[in-house]
Design a protein around this ligand. Structure first.
Ligand SMILES: Cc1cc2nc3c(=O)[nH]c(=O)nc-3n(C[C@H](O)[C@H](O)[C@H](O)COP(=O)(O)OP(=O)(O)OC[C@H]3O[C@@H](n4cnc5c(N)ncnc54)[C@H](O)[C@@H]3O)c2cc1C
Length: 354
């Protein structure tokens, strides 16, 4: 059974790894040469992780598991084939796992800020930190990425760090208890927190706010949200808010699966978060489903673990601490133990592909 996997990030690579060896013939369509782990970008930005710890080359991995690697971008689906930049990949089943792209919400100048959504962007940001020695760094957005980056930079640099959030608390997608704990942790590290603060425009050396005020800034980092990529937008599949809508088997349509950040996974009233944890679980589930299909067995339904109303996360706050969140429970004080656990989980993910 020929399976094309579009996107070799956390979800795509994990699917192929767990389904191999087996009855499936995989072709991975991924323009990059390596698997890249976003979860460690904030640490790379702060100089706490090395490139080797967050990447694994795809060629030896694909050779080891017997998958073909087409190092091109997928452009569209055409019947039972994926049309790529130079070639066409035929399939019996296809799995879309192309992640998400940065959303600038049309804010003037925001596209010129630094980003840590891709490794290339994170490397640019790291180089700027090293070369320009910025004294005032503004991080826009206080989701997981924003708070991790703020804490890590506050710890590793002698600079004033600001975190700017339009809503009324940091980590607005988490419980009030987690949000308060995180605000305390950020303040303790010396991070300036500006909540209920709307960014209107980002200029070269300052940020303009909705109330007409502005703040000088040497470096602006955008972490405030993601959106579906152009590739996903162009796919003629069922959608919800632009994301690929899947059913409880993670199927978008006929022989097309979707998983990870590019998919809208809402099952039994639980909407999956766009996290590595969910991407990995969905990948393992589709690997099982495809193997069962190849063996003539029925598929099983997926159940969401980390949902928007019951989050599961380990949040790194720099070298000395991290915070664990499971549903409404938030592990009291930040502890080095949780930091070590998160670090171990992230680094061991990449090691599996080496
Ligand atoms: C800075 C940062 C920190 C994070 N920290 C955490 C964390 O601590 N814990 C956690 O659980 N989650 C974390 N996340 C979220 C987590 O990284 C994502 O949810 C996860 O990577 C999603 O996996 P994915 O496979 O769907 O997408 P990705 O890992 O983004 O992979 C998508 C892949 O698709 C490829 N692709 C895109 N378009 C095409 C195309 N047209 N053709 C072929 N290939 C294509 C891309 O090159 C990429 O390799 C973090 C995210 C960021 C940005």
């Amino acid at each position: 059974m020929k399976v094309a996997v579009i996107g070799g990030g956390v979800a795509g690579a994990e699917l192929i790894r767990v389904a191999s060896p087996g009855p499936l013939e995989f072709t991975l369509i991924e323009p990059k040469r390596q698997i890249e782990l976003q979860a460690l970008y904030p640490e790379y930005l702060g100089g706490l992780a090395r490139i080797q710890e967050l990447t694994a080359p795809l060629k030896p991995f694909c050779e080891r598991v017997g998958a073909a690697h087409v190092q091109e971008k997928a452009l569209r689906l055409e019947g039972k084939a994926v049309v790529c930049e130079k070639s066409k990949v035929e399939f019996d089943y296809v799995v879309v796992a192309t992640g998400a792209t940065q959303n600038y919400f049309g804010i003037k100048g925001a596209e010129n800020t630094f980003s840590i959504n891709t490794l290339e962007d994170t490397k640019k940001a790291r180089r700027f930190v090293e070369d320009a020695n910025p004294e005032r760094i503004m991080i826009m957005g206080s989701g997981l990425t924003g708070v991790e980056a703020a804490c890590i930079l506050a710890e590793s640099l002698d600079a004033s760090i600001y975190i700017i959030e339009a809503r009324d608390g940091v980590l607005p997608q988490f419980s009030p208890q987690t949000s308060q704990l995180m605000e305390k942790a950020l303040s303790k590290k010396g991070v300036n927190i500006l909540t209920s603060t709307q960014v209107c425009e980002v200029k070269e050396d300052c940020i303009l706010f909705g109330d007409g005020t502005c703040l000088d800034c040497d470096m602006a980092i955008w972490t405030a949200g993601v959106k579906p990529s152009q590739f996903v937008q162009d796919l003629m599949l069922p959608k919800k808010n632009g994301w690929i809508l899947v059913d409880s088997y993670l199927i978008a349509q006929d022989n097309i699966f979707a998983m990870g950040d590019c998919a809208w996974v809402e099952i039994d009233g639980k909407l999956a978060t766009k996290t590595g944890l969910e991407a990995e679980r969905q990948a393992k589930h589709i690997a099982r489903s495809l193997t069962r299909l190849a063996e003539g067995k029925p598929m099983e339904k997926y159940s969401v673990r980390a949902s928007t109303d019951s989050q599961v996360a380990l949040i790194s706050l720099g070298c000395d601490c991290a915070v664990g969140v499971v549903g409404k429970m938030c592990i009291g004080a930040p502890t080095r133990l949780i930091y070590s656990l998160k670090s171990l989980i992230d680094k061991s993910f990449i090691k599996r592909f080496k």
